[in-house]
Design a protein around this ligand. Structure first.
Ligand code: PLP
Length: 383
């Protein structure tokens, strides 16, 4: 057994990153400023998105996006229950109703056919998730949405470096990326709104900072113009430059990170394929994609041991795991307030009970993969 704990995720931070944060701290300008502008510019260049706004988190972005779109009571939002609870929470906080869509059993991705059955005259938004770094089949979802005049928002929290039909996710439509420490690039906490809708982008830029008609940082005045006016009541969801400088540096290494993630994932696919008690996810089929390998998810599918005990036993072997995700509708609040019929989200529930994320991060070594695989084999053999 390993003598040190292997976490399931770990950001790749260099001494130069730390020095760059120090430089920002010494510069005299530590909140939203030149590093935010640089991060947004580079993010647009990387994704091909015409507009972007850096934010305190993806959740903050979703909040002001719902605000900007006027989401309200009586509106329905179609989203998988197999997602992070932030989206579902915000739908409820806006007074709207989440309509849960089941996902594919082996890719965990939302399909247009499933969405179609859930559309009603009240449907206002569709929010697919590019799960674990694999892209949803977007074209059929966009076609369906435009037929019904519904907007699509892509949850791209897992999709920095995810390509769909040759294009980075986020280049069109409206996407939210997350830079939480487990995501493919991190700013500690942070998010990025990307959109081809200039008007919507302007609303987001203003709602993220008190609803003021100007950004916090004005290149001419080295500060906000004292005459900037509130155009509508807004929030305080801007990103600091202390964080943004990390974003600039991490984005420059994103391809390198994802290459390393891909190599680790490849080893897992080879070494875990023969263990019948753990089922691997399948990659999407039928369209061209690049997988960002954000998470490596296995499903513990054996009467010998349940997932929770499996995770506990791996921890005792010094192997960290994560759960992405326990289905939103199985959380207390949603169980009690939505009463989703057991079995109506069959694939979501099947996965929610069996899935766990095993270690995958850029600085992992092939020996670490062997440690994980050996620990899994041991836990199953002793179950
Ligand atoms: C991380 C995550 C979010 C939220 O991102 P934050 O930046 O932490 O607010 C949203 N959706 C999914 C699928 C995520 O994994």
């Amino acid at each position: 057994m390993r003598n040190t704990f292997l976490p399931f995720s770990k950001p790749s931070i260099t001494e130069d990153d730390i020095a760059a944060v120090g430089d920002v701290l010494r510069s005299g300008w530590i909140t939203t400023g030149p590093k935010n502008a640089e991060f947004e510019k580079h993010f647009c260049e990387y994704t091909g998105a015409p507009n972007s706004v850096a934010l305190a988190s993806a959740t903050a972005g979703m909040h002001i996006l719902f605000k900007a779109l006027g989401l309200k009571e009586g509106d329905e939002v179609i989203t998988p229950s197999m997602t992070w609870v932030s989206t579902v929470n915000l739908i409820c906080l806006a007074g709207a109703t989440p309509v849960f869509a089941d996902v594919d059993k082996d890719t965990l991705l939302l399909k247009a056919e499933t969405v179609e059955k859930l559309i009603t005259p009240r449907t206002k938004l569709i929010i697919p998730v590019h799960f674990a770094g694999a892209p949803v089949n977007l074209d059929p979802i966009f076609t369906l949405a435009s037929k019904h005049g519904i907007r699509v928002i892509e949850d791209s929290a897992h999709a920095a470096g995810t390509f769909y039909k040759g294009k980075q996710v986020g280049y069109r439509g409206t996407s939210l990326f997350s830079f939480h420490p487990i995501k493919n690039i991190t700013t500690g906490e942070g998010g990025m709104f990307c959109s081809d809708d200039k008007e919507l982008t302007d609303r987001i830029r203003r709602l993220k900072f008190h609803g003021l008609g100007a950004d916090a940082y004005d290149r001419k005045t080295q500060g906000r113009s004292p005459h900037a006016e509130v155009l509508e009541p807004g929030f305080k969801y801007n990103l600091t430059d202390i964080a943004a400088v990390l974003g600039v540096r991490q984005l420059a290494r994103l391809d390198e990170f994802n290459k390393k993630r891909t190599d680790i994932a490849k080893l897992y696919f080879e070494k875990l394929a023969s263990i019948e008690e753990v089922r691997l996810l399948k990659d999407p089929s039928g369209y061209d994609f690049v997988h960002a390998r954000h998470l490596f998810i296995i499903r513990v599918d054996t009467p010998k041991i349940n997932r929770d005990l499996f995770m506990e036993k791996l921890k005792a072997e010094n192997i960290g795991t994560g759960l992405h995700f326990r289905a939103a509708h199985t959380h207390k609040y949603y169980r009690e307030n939505f009463k989703i019929e057991k079995g109506s989200l069959e694939n979501t529930e099947w996965n929610s009970e069996r899935m766990c994320s095993i270690p995958l991060f850029p600085d992992m070594k092939p020996e670490d993969v062997d440690d994980v695989v050996n620990a899994i084999k041991k836990v199953i053999a002793n179950a």
